[in-house]
Design a protein around this ligand. Structure first.
Ligand code: FES
Ligand SMILES: [Fe+2]
Length: 335
């Protein structure tokens, strides 16, 4: 496969590119090789546009915001709600605005504290996390990270539990058997597809705020599932009744680099500091990043390109569906 980010199918999917708190100032992000500018306008809505001023193509993200109006740093053209050009200073206040000066804005939605962007007419949906509307749960956002990893390799990893007792021995993986029980894939509801399983997990000091116990080992009932193209949901239920839901998002900057963020929902008593709660998940993510940044290039998608075993069933199924999605030619994806 050459470049997966050139697939038109990915332009019809929703991708989280920032947190809602990141766009109070102009922000530049690159999605699928396209540089975008994002900011919050005076009506409270996030504006997303190509990061090129229509006048002489200066990066809009290098401009400044006053009262929700973004002003280009080059000649001061100003853009208001929905990217409408409201002022061309060289023409004078009240002068007609050239119609082409209004920005060609891009679809954007805010959900789960994240800013989701879709470059073309959406064909897919933002994944569903029902705990968002459940008052028993609180949401914790973790910030956007930039990994030198191809997004498909990240999803492949997040669907896989057989690396836990290898990559995650520094956090929770040491107590888990290296032998993976037979995985049964099924519809997990709410648009997620994957499998349920149970593991014993190490519970070091750093984890006690997350697990709510100081026991050396905790039992977890878990599920892992994917939502095309790049979202993975992992649910963890502890014997205490505590539920910890993780949304793991991988957003391709280009073929070799991705943005990563995770979001947590928990039905705890909301008493422990949020940053303390997610410190353990951050440490786990850093272990994945350290391993994945050693792998070259993107994930091969042909059926015979990689050797897979029973424990890889979920990753293989995600890869098969992803190949179908981006190539639109099932026969070639399966060759
Ligand atoms: S390039 Fe933006 S105002 Fe001229
Ligand atoms: Fe991992």
């Amino acid at each position: 496969m050459t470049s997966f980010v050139e697939s038109s199918a990915l332009r019809t999917a929703w991708h989280p590119v920032a947190e809602s708190t990141d766009v109070d100032q102009p922000l530049a992000v690159t999605l699928l090789g396209e540089r975008l500018a994002l900011w919050r306008a005076s009506d409270g809505e996030v504006v997303v546009a190509p990061d090129r001023c229509p006048h002489r193509q200066a990066p809009l993200s290098a401009g400044f915001i006053a009262d929700g109006v973004l002003t280009c740093a080059y000649h001061g053209w100003s853009f208001g709600d929905a990217g409408r050009c409201v002022l061309v200073p060289s023409s004078g206040e009240g002068a007609p605005i050239p119609p082409a000066a209004h920005l060609a804005t891009i679809r954007v939605e805010e959900r789960y504290g994240l800013v989701w962007v879709c470059l073309c007419e959406p064909a897919g949906e933002i994944p569903c996390i029902t705990q968002e509307d459940d008052p028993a749960f609180r949401r914790i956002n973790s910030g956007m990270q930039r990994w030198a990893v191809s997004a498909p390799r990240m999803v492949d990893n997040f669907c896989d539990i057989s690396h836990f007792p290898w990559v995650h021995v520094g956090t929770f993986g040491g107590a888990q058997s290296t032998r993976v029980p037979k995985l049964e894939l099924s519809d997990l509801g709410d648009g997620w597809y994957g499998y349920a399983y149970e593991v014993d997990a190490d519970n070091p000091d750093l984890a006690s705020a997350t697990t709510g116990t100081a026991d050396a080992v905790v039992h977890r009932r878990m599920s892992t599932g994917f939502h095309l193209p790049f979202d993975v949901r992992s649910t963890i239920s502890y014997d205490s009744g505590l539920d910890h839901v993780l949304l793991l998002c991988s957003t391709p900057v280009d073929d070799d680099v991705a943005l990563f963020t995770f979001v947590v929902w928990r039905n705890d008593d909301h008493g422990t500091d949020a940053e303390e709660i997610i410190a353990f998940d951050r440490a786990i993510g850093a272990e994945d990043q350290r391993m994945l940044e050693q792998l070259d290039g993107t994930l091969p998608l042909g059926r015979i390109d990689l050797v897979s075993v029973q424990a890889d069933r979920c990753s293989v199924e995600w890869r098969r569906r992803f190949a179908e999605m981006i190539e639109g030619r099932q026969a070639e994806a399966l060759r």
